[in-house]
Design a protein around this ligand. Structure first.
Ligand SMILES: [Zn+2]
Length: 181
């Protein structure tokens, strides 16, 4: 009986082997299923790691090169809700400034949002335009259904009295989820 207890039958080759054997000495079959040294378990783990890597690479590829939301599609959902125009002189230069609030009604977050201000004289003629300065605006974002403040400033090309009205337009924006430009 004691001898029987210390042996078992290999499930692959049906030879009687020691109960504590990890590998069958006759056919090299692994007796313990969940050993890391078992080549089958090793292969399964390797497959799992490769699978995770492929999924990760796929996500990266999608972020880097995949389709991005185009601003043009959402143009009507990103707007200026309020703004203030001001002028100041610095030396011999006249500076015009517009500060305001942008609102995003879409489900998409946007970055590098560009705002253009157009200025009109009393007759309604376009006399000047300034756009947001890239250095001022770098990294400014609007989250989905969010608001953000903006400021644009430029040197006036006309006398202060000519600036009767202004109009603001959101000219460009990039999908916040896009990693590459
Ligand atoms: Zn065997």
């Amino acid at each position: 009986m004691a001898e029987n207890e210390s042996t078992k039958v290999c499930p692959l080759c049906a030879e009687t082997i020691k109960a504590t054997a990890k590998v069958c000495p006759h056919c090299r079959h692994w007796q313990t299923k969940w050993s890391l040294q078992n080549p089958q378990i090793g292969l399964a783990l390797y497959s799992l790691v490769m699978f995770a890597f492929v999924i990760g690479a796929g996500t990266f590829y999608e972020k880097a090169f995949g389709p991005k939301e185009q601003f043009a599609t959402y143009r009507s959902e990103i707007g200026v809700v309020n703004s203030q125009f001001s002028q100041r002189t610095s030396g011999s230069n006249l500076w015009i400034t517009v500060v305001g609030t942008l609102t995003n009604l879409s489900n998409v977050g946007w970055k590098d949002v560009g705002v253009e201000a157009q200025f009109f004289d009393k007759s309604g003629k376009l006399i000047d335009a300034i756009t947001v300065n890239a250095s001022d605006y770098h990294g400014v974002t609007i989250l989905p259904h969010g608001e953000t403040a903006f400021k644009i400033e430029g040197r006036a090309s006309h006398p202060a009295i000519d600036y009767e009205t202004n109009k603001l337009n959101v000219r460009w924006a990039k999908d916040l989820d896009a990693w590459l430009p």
